[in-house]
Design a protein around this ligand. Structure first.
Ligand SMILES: Nc1ncnc2c1ncn2[C@@H]1O[C@H](COP(=O)(O)OP(=O)(O)OP(=O)(O)O)[C@@H](O)[C@H]1O
Ligand SMILES: [Mg+2]
Length: 313
């Protein structure tokens, strides 16, 4: 990026530029600036990532040229199995290191920032396979969530001060647990929870850090339908409370229902993005994700090969 361009957290279409007087006016949905295409600038991006590559042996699991995650909205990251969604999550949150690339969170670089510091800055994530510690109680798991934010788990040395702080943390844990209807289970071992309850606990635990951006990797996977609506409502609640959400999900009904913006990955690349309805009608997405249009090759969708090359295959 040249020095005359916008700083990394800003879209490349600065608002002080005069509105175009010729040709098509710039389209804005409230979230993006310009045509909804891979890498489109956002009005107020929370994450801006450039040139992110992660290679496993000969496989480029992530190869993202440019992507921006809008602030204050719910963005769904969708794509077929093995598309690189979890790897991308791992990279953005410091759980893995890219071979190349830079990215910013609220305008500050996160490259080489370790996961616990990423969480301290207000970016937390949950895992596709829940990481609730089964031999700790639900409450202890919640307290570990605040430790992620840089709180210490208090040794007994300086008791009076620390006890007060610990009481505050416990009070916060109970308050969040009751919102998630898990308060009655505070003293149960997390290992005894159902899959859905564990997902709820993970989301609840993430909130202990008072995050700005919550990244959820398949929050609905393995969740009993009885808990689905509750999980959906909790995700919508995060937005109501002012948080930004980025979530990975395979359930398109859920994506359509709660996402303001959808980003599609296939073979490590961003192949489409836009509002849910538009994205789900996009033939390239249907091909990449649902496999319904067998006449379009995935290589064409990802720009790796031309349609002619695909036809020759
Ligand atoms: N640690 C690793 N070592 C080697 N290959 C890996 C590793 N992690 C992921 N991969 C590979 O990278 C690719 C992307 O995997 P990733 O888990 O990011 O996909 P995903 O989009 O999250 O898929 P799913 O929807 O199934 O969760 C896959 O081909 C996967 O096998
Ligand atoms: Mg995954």
């Amino acid at each position: 990026m040249s020095s005359s361009e916008a700083p990394p957290n800003m879209p490349n279409l600065p608002d002080h530029e005069p509105a175009p007087t010729r040709g098509e006016p710039v389209k804005t949905t409230g979230l993006h600036i310009g045509e909804a295409a891979p890498g489109v600038a956002k009005v107020n991006p929370m994450i801006v990532a450039d040139g992110i590559v992660r290679q496993f042996g000969g496989l480029k699991a992530v190869d993202v040229d440019h992507v921006e995650i809008p602030s204050g909205a719910i963005t769904a990251l969708i794509g077929p199995n093995g598309a690189g969604k979890t790897t991308f999550f791992n990279l953005l949150t410091g759980f893995d290191k890219p071979d190349a690339g830079t990215w910013t969170f609220q305008g500050k670089s996160l490259a080489r920032v370790p996961a616990f510091k990423v969480a301290q800055r207000g970016l937390v994530r949950t895992f596709q396979l829940t990481k609730a510690l089964s031999l700790l109680t639900v409450l202890e798991n919640m307290k570990l969530g605040s430790a992620q934010r840089g709180e210490r788990l208090f040794p007994s040395l300086i008791k009076p001060l620390w006890r007060k702080r610990e009481e505050e943390i416990e009070a916060r844990a109970h308050e969040i647990l009751s919102r998630f209807k898990l308060d009655a289970k505070a003293d149960d071992f997390a290992g005894g929870l159902s899959g859905g309850q564990r997902k709820l606990l993970e989301m609840a635990r993430a909130l202990m850090t008072d995050p700005v951006l919550v990244m959820l990797d398949e929050p609905m996977a393995g969740v009993n339908p009885a808990l689905t609506q509750s999980l959906l409502d909790h995700i919508l609640d995060l937005k109501t409370q002012g948080m930004t959400v980025l979530f990975v999900e395979h359930d398109m009904h859920m994506v359509r229902h709660i996402a303001d913006w959808v980003i599609v990955m296939a073979e490590g690349r961003i192949v489409a993005e836009g509002p849910p309805d538009a994205v789900m009608k996009d033939p390239a997405v249907i091909d990449a994700y649902l496999g319904a249009h067998q006449d379009l090759d995935l290589g064409v969708v990802t720009g790796r090969i031309t349609a002619e090359e695909a036809a020759r295959k």
